[in-house]
Design a protein around this ligand. Structure first.
Ligand code: NAD
Length: 428
């Protein structure tokens, strides 16, 4: 086994849970292997030269519905990573209870090195080369790292064009064609942008209820202030939690009173400041004032080690590891990024009594939002944001209750209970 293979590590984690709960090895093996992995060459013209990029789509499992998962544009995209991420998607869709399977794809490219036109050509060429395996009942891509609604709109447009050109017998309606992608701008879902952060806060509310935490007495530190981190911060502070630290790639901010107590941050003001300055560096905001007095800039490592009640890694994978696990002081970790706590650190922290809400549950609001978008397209409807968020909250509450009950019944932790719920649904 390649020691650095994340796919092998993810397999191992699932295997451990499967073995403990007497799930047949044969069934597990069959599930763990992706159903299909497409590796493609994507040549595009750049400055009169043809450059060939490598693209992937791993269709992991479709026992519960069409394959579902994002497309990532990043230099580190490779077959191993795509396979692991597609396995996580199978578990995630199962745990949140939407009728999808799992998939993931991407292109090994640094999109920041491409002009907008080159990026568009690359996105369209990818679709031309994977067209056959996509479809509203087959495989439904979405945005992921470095891809966004604009890129998805180019992809949908290309998909529609190919379909019109082929004019084959299995012609599908315009809405069905649009249901082949989620996270779009055109015919997209109102509320999809905030769905992951919103869903994470729904889970946080439920967890607080179970643990009898009062939001007004509960401090929260969030690493990452992008799509997931910002909306998590916003909805958490609206729900009354004291969001006392946030960070981006340049560092984090906190504000303390003269006795050293945390002062909650004014999230809309912090956001405004970040938009203005481009980073959180220098944005020390509290109450109605946004200035540098009383504020303090901290590193991301310091943020992870703050004496807060709840820590929310919402940026990168592998940020809580063997190197810093002893210094984590939070009693609860809500994994909003994918894989922010390494398996070894997870074992250590759980043993120490830290409540870890696993990524496949905590950040499943994104794919739950995608499910509502897919349904909206198939039914040729336009849902209102309020209704979308209400439905999303219901889905998240029900997913949480299921995992919580399973953890109580089996006398185990939430990460293990989430895997168990997912495996039992998929392998039924
Ligand atoms: P994003 O690009 O919008 O934001 C990422 C944030 O992380 C930015 O604020 C960036 O400054 C910060 N960051 C980057 N490097 C950092 C570092 N070294 N230290 C601290 N902060 C750093 O991405 P996103 O969509 O918010 O996704 C964040 C995580 O959530 C990823 O792991 C992603 O896979 C996961 N996720 C996202 C969604 C979704 O719907 N967007 C759904 C499920 C999971």
């Amino acid at each position: 086994m390649n020691e650095n293979s994340i796919y092998q590590k993810s397999r191992q984690e699932v295997f451990e849970v499967g073995e403990k709960y007497n799930i047949s090895e044969e069934k597990l093996e069959e599930f763990l292997e992706p159903d299909k992995i497409l590796e493609i060459k994507i040549p595009i013209k750049i400055d009169d030269e043809t450059i060939t990029f490598k693209g992937f789509r791993s269709q992991h499992n479709n026992n519960l519905g069409p394959y579902k998962g994002g497309l990532r544009f990043h230099p580190n995209v490779n077959k191993d990573e795509v396979m692991a991420l597609s396995l996580w998607m199978s578990l995630k869709t199962a745990v949140v209870g939407v009728p999808f399977g799992g998939a993931k794809g991407g292109i090994a490219v640094d999109p920041k090195q491409l002009s907008e036109k080159e990026l568009e050509n690359l996105s369209r060429e990818y679709v031309r080369r994977v067209y056959e395996i996509l479809g509203p009942q087959k495989d439904i891509p979405a945005p992921d790292v470095n891809t966004n609604p604009k890129i998805i709109d180019w992809m949908v447009d290309e998909y529609v064009k190919i379909n019109q050109k082929l004019k084959n017998k299995s012609q599908i309606s315009k809405n069905e064609l649009y249901a082949t992608f989620t996270g779009k701008k055109k015919l997209g879902l109102s509320g999809r942008t905030e769905a992951t952060g919103f869903g994470g806060v729904a889970i946080l509310k439920k967890l607080s209820e179970k643990l009898k935490l009062k939001p007004e007495n509960t401090t929260v530190a969030i690493m990452g202030f992008g799509n997931v981190g910002y909306y998590f911060a916003d909805f958490a502070s609206k729900a009354g939690f004291k969001v006392v630290a946030v960070s981006d790639s340049k560092g984090g901010i906190i504000k303390r009173d003269s006795k050293g107590n945390f002062i909650p941050l004014d999230i809309p003001l912090v956001y405004e400041c970040k938009m203005e300055k481009g980073s959180l560096n220098g944005c020390y905001c509290a109450g109605g004032v946004c200035d540098t007095r009383g504020g303090q800039l901290i590193t991301n490592e310091e943020l992870l080690q703050l004496p807060v009640d709840i820590l929310v890694p919402a940026a990168l994978e592998n940020v809580i590891t063997e190197n810093n696990m002893q210094n984590i002081k939070a009693k609860i970790i809500v994994e909003m990024a994918n894989g922010p706590v390494t398996p070894k650190a997870k074992h250590y922290l759980i043993k120490k009594g830290v409540f870890i809400t696993p990524d496949i549950l905590a950040n499943s609001g994104g794919v739950a939002g995608s499910y509502i978008e897919w349904e909206q397209n198939l039914k040729n409807k336009t849902y209102k944001k309020d209704d979308v968020l209400k439905r999303l909250e219901k889905l998240m509450f029900s997913a949480f209750e299921n995992v919580w009950k399973t953890a109580e019944r089996e006398n185990t932790n939430l990460p293990e209970a989430s895997y168990l719920v997912a495996l039992q649904r998929i392998l039924k």
